[in-house]
Write a protein that binds this ligand. Sequence first.
Ligand code: ATP
Length: 747
Amino acid sequence: MRVKSLEISGFKSFAKKSTFDFGASISAIVGPNGSGKSNVAEALRFVLGEQSLKSMRGKRTEDLIFNGSKSSERQNRAKVIITFDNKDRTFPVDYDEVAIAREIHRDASSEYFLNGSSVRLKDVIEILSSVHIGASGHHIISQGEADRILNTSPKERRAMIEDALGLKIYHWKIVESERKLLKTEENMRQSESLRREIAPHIKFLKKQVEKVEQARALRDELALMYGDYLKREEAYIQCAREKLHGEKENLERELHEANEALAHADSLRGVHTKDSAEVALLVSVRAEMGAVRRERDDLGRKIGRFEGMIEFEERRMNAPQEAHEKTVSADEAENLAQNLYDELGYAESSEDYLYIKGVVSATRNKIGKFLEHIRGSDGQRGPSEAAIKALEDLHIEHKSLLSAQQNLEDVISGFETRIHELERILETKRAETTDAERASFEFRAKKQELTLRLGMVREHIENFTRDEVSFREELREGGILIGRSILDYTNIYIDVAQALSEPRAEQEARRKKIERAKIRLEDIMGGGSGEDIMREYEEAVSRDEFLAKELEDLKTSAESLRDLMRGLEEELGAQFKDGIKKINKQFSEFFALMFGGGTASLEVVIEKKRKRSDTEIIENPEELEEEEAEEGIEVAISLPHKKIRGLQMLSGGERALTSIALIFAVSQVNPPPFLVLDETDAALDEANSKKYGDMVATLAKYSQLIVITHNRETMSRAGIIYGVTMGSDAISKLLSIKFEEAEQLAK
Ligand code: ATP
């Protein structure tokens, strides 16, 4: 890898595009003072990402852009392109050439390009550091900068040497690790603070979760209680429903039967009224019988009269004719009286008018005959034939009358049988009616009682329906409370027989117990299911666990970063020690060469610095002040034949020689890809210039050299010489020249 070319346009005095081809291992840039040679070295710094305007002799970005002259317009942008040959793939990219470009504008905007593609500064730094070219530019020794390595502090010197040894990468890595460590520690603090922040929340949630768990246990208990209660209630409802409906059906059937029986009894009552056919018949039979009785009584009276007449006739025929006066025996009179007494007694107790009338008529007849008997007859003696004949006729007539009377008696007897029959029928019917009425009354009462009972049963059923509704409501409510759509109690076992036989008060007690549990549950959870709290708790815990894990990871990565840093420090230390050793060997050789003897070396020193707090009021400075150890590099020299021990005692030329010896020694130990030396040889006399030229030639074996010089000897070592001139237009111009022309140009 080597620098192929440098293209400058608009940068400082190079208003127009100028291209350097660095085809040789040593390229020299020569020209008169102020022509713009140093601007080339700065263009190199610039394109390699230099951020310090001071090191490019500028104060503002604009100072780097061609500012115009009397004859030329100022430029608005400056662009520098450096092209490296990468055939050996020193740059880790798959290109034969690597072209890095930087462009700035007057508005201070800056752009970088890698092989034409826009990239970030970081990308440029990265690719350059891969070939140990840093922006710090230890490989670009600016004009007057050569002895900076001698003038600077031991610490700064150490940094310069570390850079030249290519150890800066360790610093970057350490700084990077430190940055990462800081970031990690910051993240750790954040994680810890987050954990601290959420800890009380988790604590609070944990308490809530405990409540939720308590509620869940209570809910499970409640579910069992509910299940037991509902199962019993269901059994009760089922049994009671069957019982009530059975009762209702029975009562309805009984009522139906009672209704039918009542209707039947009522129909019977209607049939047996006083106007029935039997009554009419009885009346007519009685009337007929009365007529016949009257006829018989008439006949009886007639018979009586006949009997009187017969008696009279017989007495007349038998009685003596002189005895006119008649006597009546007491027996006869008593018989008559007794007869009348009896008959009238019957009549008195009878309601039958015709009968009474018949008795009265017969009584009168008997009394008439009696009177006739006691008043006597005409007194004739011996019955006459006529009288006998009349008596016989009377007997015949009497006989036929008796027979007629007997016939009438038979008819009456027939009527009486009939009447008796009818009265019996009527009596039976009357009795039946009474039975029907009694039955009707009884059935009516029964109906009333049944209706009442049915009403009660229906009311029970209605109440019971309400029980069923509240049962379903309880089922639903229970479900909601337990957190299920419906409370499943099918798996709960109860002793049904026991459940049905126990008093209802026991169920009521269970219900009250459930109510109390519900209230307790409400108290704990306020009606919520607790799902949200559980979720929030789980989220918070997993967040905390995540943070704890993250913290653990961060601790591990912080630890590994510290390990890495320790490793890097150790590596840096070791490399540095080794580098110093190697540099010292070269340094003393170069030094001896330049001074014709003497010794020179780098020595690692530890500088102790006092550090004090500037923010606090110091009461006891001795205590607060502390010493800080700083490693640095001192340059120890010993000139031949001179007793010079310190650098400050050297002449200008001696200083230049010493610093060149050191720069070259360092470059030899860790050869940079290229080295720019801007008038490093300015202070050398001819003899030393020769030595310098030799050293440059040696160095060119390891590094590509671009030397800006006025020194003839140096020029003579270059393979390519560029002349830089500046005319009246104040623009640097570039020309490739021969050694002889260069000598001329440099004067
Ligand atoms: P010496 O041999 O004396 O060291 P040199 O060849 O190194 O001189 P430089 O220092 O490179 O010269 O160039 C300085 C010149 O560049 C000055 O003339 C200065 O005016 C010019 N210059 C610097 N910055 C700008 C700018 N922004 N625009 C135009 N010209 C500039």
